[in-house]
Design a protein around this ligand. Structure first.
Ligand code: 3K0
Ligand code: ZN
Length: 577
């Protein structure tokens, strides 16, 4: 069984203002954040009552130090603190990832990277805002396309990352894919940039993400940072707040302290509303990937039910999901399955994107084996996801093409014509070898046709008289589906004749014909029915067939060989590589 962290009610631990204290903990804090929250030190806060007073302004206490607290506060909250008589001092150092994970992009760094990408590729990388987070951070979107303005008549593909705050690897993978589309000169990718609108919502939940790293060590935060009325617990799970069968099926929690709290109503989380509005205004989007961690999975709808094809899904769409997911599983190494095969979810992005919008969404649970897999995994996990990202962009004009159904009403292109079935081939000896007897007339060419030309071999002249010889036929494939042998000849007097093929596997002659043959030309025709390749030398490719004729009598005789040939049918080549 796959070992995997399932969201649990961790939020109860983390949702209340943090009052952990450590004088030895390194200072963590900050310049003004790009969103509406700034980190401050508030000195003179020594008692729990004072900390409660600070917390009740709505500020987020992220660290308790000797005689002071570090808080994240909006401008309004900072004014409230001032009105209460607290001195508020701005912190200089940025809130950020632990030093070992410095390669990860925090909110400001991701935006700086995106800005640089746009500056470097002004013709194809276009930035937009799709609104603000609860704490006022700008929600930055990227559109990659040759078109200066958004073209809703072109197929769209949407990549979303960071529904869940602690799933920082998703930002890195999404950024990597944006760089791929912006920077690659591969014609397959530039063609997509020319014919698609490629959208990225790289940091869907920046408040939660910044909160997760605010102390310089991870808090395992999952939700957004929206307060809940009448509760000290903060946050809604964005991936339970979408408005398709919201809260229907036991796949989310109604408890504000739960990490899967669905919110008081569908679309109550501002970040989810912003995603909804973006999708609502982009009906050209056909396929989407929402990146999560972790589990090495590719999930397709639905999450709300275990039923594979419920009444709100067509069989064609189901088959399309399965075909696309399997293709992407092939390139990522992840496992493709229905969302509910992991566990029941309701109100998630996938279900809404398909159930309400009839787009084709996939949730990727990236690898790493933990929410915090370290910086070393960023490059490999990103590259691992490139082919799937390209694939969905390619399929965005017609996802059902994955199951052979075209979107323009025309029938699917005919399959390539089947190669003609292999034809039987006849081959004759290139050489012969005499075991017993002496050649008296003719040569190997006499064996190649039934034309009266003869190869003649005189028997031995003492004891039991014998003619024994074989012809060797080269260029016969080991891969064959039929094999037959023919020998025609006569003798100057009747003798006991056997005709054989050499079995190269066992090292023995296998007799296929035994007869008394005399002066009238006779034919031995035979067809081995099994182990055909054992009559061809070598393990594969082309080899030789050896056919032996042996005759004995008590007095001298001469063998006249008229024709020796084999007919074989090569096996069909497998053209699929
Ligand atoms: O569609 C789904 O099954 C979503 C799975 C997702 C979630 O929202 O529970 N897993 S995660 O929280 O561990 N990223
Ligand atoms: Zn997640």
């Amino acid at each position: 069984m796959r070992t995997r962290l399932v969201p649990v009610v961790l939020a109860a631990v983390f949702a209340a203002p943090l009052a952990a204290s450590s004088a030895s903990r390194p200072p963590t804090e900050s310049q003004p954040q790009a969103g509406g929250v700034t980190a401050y030190v508030v000195p003179g806060v020594r008692t729990r009552e004072q900390r409660t007073t600070v917390a009740r302004t709505g500020t987020d206490i992220v660290e308790v130090r000797r005689g002071a607290v570090t808080v994240l506060a909006t401008r309004t909250e900072r004014r409230a603190l001032a009105r209460l008589g607290f001195r508020v001092r701005l912190l200089r150092r940025p809130l950020d990832f632990p030093p070992a994970d410095a390669a990860y992009h925090n909110y400001a760094e991701a935006n700086a990277d995106i800005n640089q990408l746009a500056a470097d590729h002004p013709a194809t990388v276009h930035l937009f805002s799709f609104g603000s987070s609860y704490e006022g951070r700008d929600l930055v979107g990227i559109r990659i396309s040759n078109d200066a303005t958004d073209r809703l008549d072109e197929p769209g593909v949407l990549y979303v990352a960071l529904h869940h705050a602690r799933e920082h690897l998703t930002v890195e993978v999404a950024l990597s894919i944006a760089h791929l589309f912006a920077e690659s000169t591969d014609p397959a990718i530039t063609q997509l940039v020319a014919t698609r609108q490629i959208y990225f919502l790289v940091q869907m939940n920046p408040d939660g993400s910044e909160y997760d790293i605010a102390t310089g060590s991870y808090r395992s935060w999952r939700k957004n940072r929206q307060p809940n009325a009448g509760s000290s617990y903060v946050g809604t799970d964005p991936n339970r707040n979408y408005g398709y069968r919201w809260g229907c099926c036991g796949g989310s929690s109604g408890f504000t302290g739960s990490s899967t709290y669905r919110g008081p109503s569908a679309f109550s989380a501002p970040e989810v509303v912003r995603v909804r509005d973006f999708v609502d205004t982009h009906p050209n989007i056909r396929i989407s990937i929402s990146y999560h961690t972790y589990g090495d999975l590719i999930l397709y709808p639905y999450g709300y039910t275990y039923t594979d094809v419920p009444s709100d899904m067509t069989q064609l769409d189901h088959d399309t999901f399965v075909a696309m997911a399997r293709e992407m599983a092939r390139t990522t190494g992840y496992t493709a399955e229905q969302s509910s095969d992991l566990y029941i979810t309701d109100g998630d992005y996938n279900d809404w994107m398909y159930g309400a919008k009839r787009m084709y969404p996939f949730t990727f649970e990236l690898g790493g084996g933990t929410f915090y897999p370290g910086a070393g995994i960023i490059a490999s996990e990103s590259v691992k996801n490139h082919a799937a990202a390209i694939y969905v962009a390619q399929m965005a004009d017609c996802p059902t093409r994955a199951v052979g159904v075209t979107c323009d009403g025309s029938p699917p292109p005919p399959p390539p014509p089947a190669p003609p079935p292999p034809r039987p081939v006849t081959a004759v000896p290139n050489s012969f070898t005499i075991y017993s007897g002496t050649r008296t007339a003719g040569d190997v060419t006499a064996l190649g046709a039934d034309d009266g030309a003869l190869l003649q071999i005189a028997s031995t002249t003492s004891g039991t008289r014998v003619t024994s010889w074989y012809g060797r036929i080269t260029g016969v494939p080991n891969a064959l589906t039929a094999l037959s042998g023919t020998y025609r000849g006569s003798h100057s007097a009747s003798c006991s004749q056997g005709v054989y093929l050499y079995n190269w596997s066992s090292g023995t002659w296998a007799r296929f014909s035994a007869t008394t043959a005399g002066t009238v030309e006779n034919e031995a025709a035979f067809s081995p029915t099994s182990s055909l390749a054992s009559y061809v030398s070598g393990p594969s490719g082309n080899g030789d067939v050896a056919m032996r004729v042996h005759c004995t009598r008590s007095s001298n005789f001469t063998t006249s060989a008229e024709l020796m040939k084999v007919t074989y049918t090569p096996a069909q080549q497998n053209l699929l590589r």
